[in-house]
Design a protein around this ligand. Sequence first.
Ligand code: ADP
Ligand code: ADP
Ligand code: MG
Length: 496
Amino acid sequence: MKKIHRLLVANRGEIALRIMRTAKEIGIETIAVYSEADRNSPHVRFAHESYCLGAAASSQSYLRGDKIIALCLEKKIDAIHPGYGFLSENAAFRREVEKAGIIFIGPSAEAMDAMGDKISAKQAVKKFHVPLVPGLDEAITDIAEAKKIAVEIGFPVLIKASAGGGGKGMRIVENEAEFESQMERAASEAINAFGNGAVFVEKYVTSPRHIEIQVLADQHGNAAYLFERECSIQRRHQKVVEEAPSAILTPEIRQKMGEAAVNVCKACNYSNAGTVEFIFDANMNFYFLEMNTRLQVEHPVTELITGIDIVKEQIRIAEGYPLSFKQEDLTINGHAIEVRVCAEDPANNFLPDIGKLLMYRIPKGAGVRVDDGFEEDMEIPIHYDPMIAKLIVHAPTRQEAIAKMLRAIDEYDIVGIQTTLSFCKFVLKHEAFVSGNFDTGFVANHFSPELLTETLTEAEEKVAALIARNLLLGEPQSQNSNAKVHISNWKRNRVL
Ligand code: ADP
Ligand code: ADP
Ligand code: MG
């Protein structure tokens, strides 16, 4: 065991705060790093100490692994938690951290290498009897050969970049005629976006659900699964609403998927927290998609239903302790839902929106958790991921969780930027979501921007007018047209 005394969180926003909160609770000193754009961010003030890494661009700040390691050595910092995104899945950084004698809170570089690349991941887990999406488990460059395989698999197929991530690097091919051109595009995109042109072909599962399993594994060979998260509500292949448990899994399938996920851990000697993603077809078959070798954005829903603090387990595992529980100790308690509050305009194709949080009031009350990284009057910087908060609720049943989430969304007041909250409200009220009968095509099948714009009630008109007046009084230089924009922001978030 090597006790961690001082922990640097190599991240920003909500996840930096979330990690530091647990660290403080277990008596660990917290060190924040920040870019010049984040100088006034809550995570900087929350930490015991904080240090500026450089200019706003990630490449000059949060991705500067060299500076972060040097800082740890200079300030006698024992450990680094990378959060998600940025350096979290960077095996080269992970190696450097270890070389410097610093504890990295996450899996080994070897496990990251094996799982970071979708092709090597498929090859590793195949030997452990984990079901794979029908298709190739190796890179292919010969277009004629690839086409032959696509015909065998049957259209539609998906051409995927082996190094892809964040919903990028995928092309659906509907028929043979468009295969060649799509293949060429996919390969050149993969080189441009990921610096690695390797692509493979797999069956495009129609109407699938995305269901993933949270795992925790220690350094002594013990691994356990913390049940599933349903993440099928996505836009651009990225999640917006997540819940645990899934509305459709039976205890038998849950156990099978859990055991498959534990096998994935064995396949790569995994330790620490990870997520095994599966795609789930209409016949209740599940197939391995990939493993994310880090703490996941949506981990709070799992924490709420299991009562396990995943960050605390991560720290203990990194210190060398065995898992604090056994598989059979775990049970599912109630139902949890998370919505991602992103600075995006759902009425305009979810394009990122920037601006100032003129009003920012979070919902409260029993069973409501808000993990956020911003405060009223702050600007949302354009340099990073547009997620500003996660709103999470926990209730005894799914139906009650939905009702609680709708209440909490109504209580959330955000003025000044467009957010995904109005879209999330649309989802939670939709019959398909309520009944549990939905898949990753939810947005394509059920959503259109007109559904977000309804008229204001009389009372809401009054509040909007007040907001407009305050804005005009508070900001003498602001234009009338500006105030209109703010009202419509307010309206979108409040009314549906
Ligand atoms: P999750 O399953 O946790 O939602 P995402 O794929 O949405 O995972 O990624 C979480 C975070 O990591 C996001 O901030 C996303 O922008 C970032 N991310 C994921 N993969 C990559 C990648 N290959 N390159 C850059 N950023 C990535
Ligand atoms: P990323 O690294 O970008 O997260 P994933 O392989 O996890 O890539 O895929 C992201 C999303 O794309 C999945 O959640 C799912 O919605 C969709 N997807 C991926 N593979 C398939 C497939 N074979 N068939 C249908 N949809 C898929
Ligand atoms: Mg994924």
